[in-house]
Every structure is written in structure tokens, then in C-alpha cells.
Design a protein around this ligand. Structure first.
Ligand code: PHE
Ligand code: NA
Length: 453
């Protein structure tokens, strides 16, 4: 056996990793993407499949991914190569790491645009720009905010700069501190909004929509979307969780940590749904309005609430912080790799990656204005970045990790790394060998239309 790599930098507190992983996973995926996808794919059936994917695919793979990171103590490329080599396997497996890093970069390229929406709405809330009194009025504000590339580009550039600045500094403590107030804060805000939503007249309809499980309603496309979103929302197969796992001290329970993160993430997503859909139904808005859904519905509710403007400002601050703690996790892998394997300082690496990111994200930003017609198969560039990562790269990366962990590596590696009891380990092994990969493969096959599930 090769000597274990020494950890480079470890999370500070006992809760450090949990906080950081939660910061990575809870983000725009929960509050922006989950509601609008649920709306697009018709509600309850999507939610049910999403929850099933979290349990059967997301959690076992997250356990494996953190295990790879901690065992290999490095960027996804190095970590996977080391762990594979420990079992006498070739470095070809590190392709999974390459794809994960590329995936994290591609996600970040459109994520900063959405985070830019959040910051621009924070600014609008402060300066009184969210004062429409109808759904149509709010939709017009959203459209106007997108229409001018200089305006939209300003906000996404700001987010890009903030992300690279924080990453360049190397961030453990900062992340830990911000997540420890942001998470409870976000939950309190969502509770307030759910409380308001209960009296808005749309709550019953929203609960029916979210939890009325009619599986027949879900298309193959929706099935694949739900699986892809399970990876996205848990930050899997995109470098983030594996790289954070590399900073996890030995002896901490990986499985327990995973459950905490997955439960927090799922809770926030469901709460966001319960806060947003009542507003949508009470105001006669179309649930399938797409990516603008929360930006058109939430401000309307804040308009009608007591202390609405103040709450709105607090909400968009938190959404922005939640977005930033996710955003930095998407490039941490690349920065760690450039730093550890190529000897480039974190600051220099952040500048280099940041410039590339700015170019690609600007192209993504243009999808909402001058580049709206630059489409391929009906999707603009922003749409393609989202589609390729969630529907293909992350599920494929997850499949690769499951096969590697479940079948290829020597059993002792994950036995000692996870430190589970015999029964627990057997359960995890069963999930990672059969349930997760089969789930992924079946959903892929179904989406290809070769076979009807
Ligand atoms: N999980 C984050 C969210 O839900 C997004 C993310 C994806 C973060 C991939 C890191 C890596 O907002
Ligand atoms: Na998430």
C-alpha cells in the first residue's frame, strides 16, 4: 500500500466540514431551480422521483465521493488517481475527476448569472424597484432586467469577481462563519414566508401540486431532470464535495455527515416550494413560467406583507450568500488542482480561472438578451450549460464513481475510510453497486426512448 497523502488544509471546527458541505449544497438549486423545475414538470410526481433519487442515488454516491476525497487528499483528479492506484488500477479513472472539474466550471458559468439576478434584485429591493402590483408587472421587471446586457453583465461580473476573490484567499474559516448564520437565517426567512403563504389563499393548491403524486404525469424527460437535479442540488460529481472531502479530518463519520447535509438540502428545497407555490396559485401565475419563476412571484408576496421591503432585502441578501457559498465550491477543485499539482499560487490561479469564467459566463448572460437567438436545437447557451451538466455529466460522473467504489477498488479501502458497522457497510455497498448505478442507467435508457418504463 502506498503511503497516505497528508491533508493540505483541514476544516477548522468540528462542524467545519458539515457547514462547508451544507454551504455548497444549499443554494440557488434549492430556492431557484427546484421550484421552477417542479413547476415545469408538473409538480408532485417530479418531487417524488427527486426524493427517491436523493435517497437511492444521491446519498450513497455522496458517501463515496467524500470517501474518495478524504482517501486521496487532493483535487478530484489527484484524489481519484491515488485511490485507484492504491488498488493497483490505472490512472484512466482520473477522467472522472477531469470531467467533474469541467462540470463544476460549466455550472459556475451559468450560476453566476442567476446569482447576478439575486444581487440585482437585492439592489432593486433597496432602491424601491420591485413595486409592481401584479404578476405581469413583476414579469415585466424581470424582462427589463434581462434585456440590457450591460446591466445584466454588471451583476454577473460582480458575482464572478466576488467568487474568485473569496476562492483566491482560501476560505475555510470564511465559509464556516458565513454558513453558520446564513443557514438558520434562511430557514427562518422561509418559515416566515410559509407562514404568510398559509393565509394567501393558495396554500391548499400548492400542497396538492407539490405532494399530489401522480406518477403517470411524469415524462421520461421529467424523470431524467429529477435525477439530474438530485446531483445538482447535492453538489455531486462536480468536484465540490470531493474537494471539500479532501479537507475532512480523519475519524469523522462520512455517512453521518452526508445525512445531515442531504436532510438540510432537502428541507430547504421543500420549504422553498411551500413558500413559493402558494403565491403562484393565489395570483393566478403559471407554475411553468421557467427560470424567472421566483423572481416574478416572491417580490409580489413581499409587496403585500407587513415589513415586506425589509424582509425582501434580508431574503435577497441570504439568497446571495447561499449562492456564493455554492459558487466558491464549484471552482475550489480547479484552484486546488492548479495549486497542488501545478504549483500555481491560489491568487494567480483564481485570476486565470476567473478570466476564463468571465468570458464563458458573459456568453451565458447574453442568452437573455442579444444572444437569445444563438440557439442549437432550440436551446440557448445558458440552457446548454445547464442541460449538459445536469442531464449528462453529473449522472455519468456519479455512475463512474459508483462503479469504481463498488466494483473496482479493493474492499478494504472504503471499509476503513467509511468506518461503518458490518451491516451498515453491507447496505451501502448494495446501494452503490446495484441500486444507484441501475437507477442511473435505467433513467438514461428511458430518456433515450429505447424502452418505456
Ligand atoms: N448544490 C448547489 C445548489 O443547489 C449547486 C452546486 C452544484 C454547487 C454543483 C456545487 C457543485 O445550489
Ligand atoms: Na442544493
Amino acid at each position: 500500500m502506498t503511503a497516505r497523502e497528508k491533508p493540505k488544509n483541514l476544516w477548522m471546527g468540528r462542524w467545519g466540514f458539515v457547514l462547508a458541505a451544507t454551504g455548497s449544497s444549499v443554494g440557488l438549486g434549492n430556492i431557484w431551480k427546484f421550484p421552477y423545475m417542479t413547476g415545469e414538470y408538473g409538480g408532485g410526481a417530479f418531487v417524488l422521483v427527486y426524493l427517491a433519487c436523493i435517497a437511492a442515488i444521491g446519498i450513497p454516491i455522496m458517501i463515496a465521493e467524500i470517501g474518495f476525497g478524504r482517501r486521496g487528499r487532493g483535487s478530484p483528479i489527484d484524489a481519484i488517481r491515488r485511490v485507484a492506484r492504491e488498488s493497483g488500477r490505472g490512472s484512466g479513472w482520473s477522467l472522472i475527476g477531469w470531467m467533474a472539474m469541467l462540470c463544476g466550471f460549466m455550472i459556475l458559468s451559468f450560476y453566476v448569472v442567476v446569482a447576478g439576478w439575486s444581487v440585482s434584485y437585492l439592489w432593486k429591493a433597496i432602491s424601491g424597484g420591485l413595486n409592481a402590483d401584479s404578476v405581469d408587472g413583476m414579469a415585466a421587471i424581470f424582462a427589463a432586467n434581462n434585456a440590457n446586457p450591460w446591466n445584466l453583465g454588471f451583476w454577473s461580473t460582480l458575482v464572478t469577481l466576488a467568487t474568485m476573490f473569496i476562492v483566491g484567499k482560501g476560505v475555510q474559516e470564511g465559509i464556516e462563519r458565513s454558513v453558520s448564520w446564513m443557514m438558520p437565517g434562511l430557514v427562518i426567512m422561509l418559515l416566515i414566508m410559509i407562514g404568510y403563504a398559509m393565509f394567501s389563499g393558495g396554500f391548499g393548491a400548492a400542497v396538492d401540486f407539490l405532494f399530489g403524486f401522480e406518477l403517470g404525469k411524469l415524462s421520461s424527460e421529467g424523470l431524467l431532470a429529477a435525477m439530474g437535479h438530485c446531483f445538482f442540488t447535492l453538489s455531486l460529481a462536480s468536484g465540490a464535495i470531493m474537494t471539500y472531502g479532501a479537507y475532512l479530518p480523519d475519524g469523522k463519520s462520512i455517512a453521518r455527515t452526508t445525512f445531515v447535509v442531504a436532510i438540510c438540502d432537502t428541507t430547504v428545497a421543500l420549504m422553498a416550494g411551500l413558500a413559493i407555490f402558494p403565491i403562484i396559485f393565489a395570483n393566478g401565475m403559471d407554475p411553468s413560467s421557467g427560470p424567472g419563476l421566483i423572481f416574478m412571484s416572491l417580490p409580489l408576496a413581499f409587496q403585500q406583507m407587513p415589513f415586506g421591503t425589509l424582509l425582501e432585502i434580508i431574503f435577497f441578501i441570504m439568497l446571495t450568500v447561499a449562492a456564493l457559498t455554492s459558487a466558491i465550491s464549484m471552482v475550489e477543485a480547479t484552484i486546488a488542482w492548479l495549486n497542488e499539482s501545478k504549483g500555481i499560487s491560489r491568487v494567480k490561479a483564481s485570476w486565470g480561472v476567473g478570466i476564463l469564467l468571465w468570458i464563458v459566463s458573459t456568453l451565458a448572460m447574453l442568452s437573455f438578451n442579444v444572444g437569445a437567438d444563438w440557439t442549437l436545437a432550440g436551446k440557448h447557451f445558458f440552457g446548454w450549460l445547464d442541460y449538459l451538466t445536469s442531464r449528462f455529466m453529473m449522472p455519468l460522473g456519479g455512475l463512474g464513481m459508483a462503479v469504481l467504489a463498488g466494483f473496482v477498488l479493493r474492499n478494504e479501502i472504503f471499509r476503513s475510510e467509511l468506518g461503518l458497522s458490518n451491516a451498515q457497510h453491507a447496505l451501502w455497498l448494495f446501494m452503490i453497486r446495484y441500486v444507484s448505478p441501475l437507477g442511473i442507467v435505467l433513467i438514461f435508457i428511458d430518456a433515450l426512448g429505447v424502452m418505456d418504463l
